[in-house]
Write a protein that binds this ligand. Structure first.
Ligand code: NDP
Length: 321
């Protein structure tokens, strides 16, 4: 089998395409022939060292494929089943082993590449819109980087729940995509101050109920300034760098601040499967459009990382064996 490995942290040039022995599943593990693996911003944090992991290591947390072999204690799946997963490092590979509790079944109505595309970003959008701040009809939310992987999915889920959606994007093409996903107001935050723009659009100083911020350093303060008393800042990522330390005084007037992470919202196989069942049903029913913006061969992973970090991607970026 082939996979991507790295033994030192750094830029995309630390990623190596290697040939290794195929994995043998032990215990409750399941071996999978990978159809597609997803590229996510968190992979770049693992690669750069912003989030530390033991090295040498494989890379990539999510994917989808077909069951190839079962460990002696694995009983839930059969060879040939179509499955998907998240949270299993080493997914940038032609083959992978995953504990069966981390696997979900992919229904017939959902293609494997689509399933791979929503396991991390789709589940993230799902918990943000339904659990971190369960959006209600008429509430106003702000989604930063609205044409990104999480962004396009979160805008659609916020609209499914009846919210009024404000979003920020970097280019005209991205603005079109965000509008296509249902965003009510699109702000070009590289050209204008998004805080001023949203105040102007609404005629209110603090118009928002919730801010979903995966951009981080460059947008955090502006988002906080737009929240109404008792509103929520969900700072869930660092695409522009980590948010500096915050004083509690910045949370006046009675704001809430959370730093959520997906793995706290899929703590059990039951919770994981409840969320993926809903995601897959929305996809099969045509309620959720999954945009795969680019697909790279596994060996070209460095180009995929450069594009994601260089703000040149839209929707999902996939790797295929
Ligand atoms: P995206 O596809 O959204 O790509 C990131 C986007 O961020 C870029 O396309 C760009 O959009 C915007 N951006 C703004 N400033 C910068 C910058 N300085 N450098 C690079 N990009 C910038 O990525 P993902 O959907 O994979 O992830 C979005 C965020 O969500 C990330 O911060 C990620 O870590 C986080 N995340 C958090 C999870 C959690 O559970 N906590 C789970 C999944 C993702 P534009 O050109 O429009 O500005």
């Amino acid at each position: 089998m082939q996979r991507i490995e790295f033994s030192v942290t750094g830029g995309s040039d630390v990623l190596e395409f290697v040939e290794v022995e195929g994995p043998v599943p032990s215990g409750d593990q399941v071996a999978i022939e990978v159809a597609a693996s997803g590229v996510n911003f968190i992979d770049t944090y693992h690669r750069s060292g912003l989030y530390e992991i033991p090295l040498p290591s494989g890379l990539g947390l999510e994917g989808a494929g077909t069951v190839a072999a079962l460990g002696p204690d694995a009983g839930e799946f059969a060879v040939g089943d179509r499955v998907a997963w998240t949270g299993a490092i080493g997914s940038y590979a032609t083959h992978h082993v995953v504990a069966e509790g981390s696997l979900v079944r992919v229904p017939e109505g959902v293609a494997l590449d689509t399933a791979a595309a929503v396991m991390l970003q789709g589940l993230t959008a799902h918990y943000l819109a339904t659990s971190t701040w369960p959006l209600e009809a008429g509430q106003r939310c702000l989604v930063h980087a609205g044409a990104g992987g999480v962004g396009l999915l979160l805008i659609q889920m916020a609209k499914l729940r009846g919210a009024e959606v404000f979003t920020t994007v970097g280019t005209d093409e991205k603005a079109e995509l965000a509008r296509g996903a249902g965003a009510d107001h699109v702000v070009m935050y590289r050209d204008v101050d998004f805080t001023d723009a949203i105040r102007e659009l609404t005629g209110a100083e603090r118009p928002l109920d919730v801010v979903y911020d995966g951009v981080g350093a460059t947008t955090f303060d502006g988002g906080l300034a737009l929240l109404r008393p008792r509103g929520l800042m969900a700072t869930f990522g660092n695409a522009s760098g980590p948010v500096p330390p915050v004083s509690p005084l910045q949370l006046m007037p009675s704001l809430f601040l959370t730093r959520p992470t997906l793995f706290d919202y899929i703590q059990t196989p039951a919770e994981l499967r409840r969320r993926t069942d809903e995601l897959f049903a929305w996809i099969a029913d045509g309620k959720l459009d999954v945009r795969i913006g680019a697909t790279y061969p596994l060996a070209e992973v460095a180009a995929a990382h450069d594009a994601l970090e260089g703000r040149r991607t839209t929707g999902k970026v996939l790797l295929t064996p």
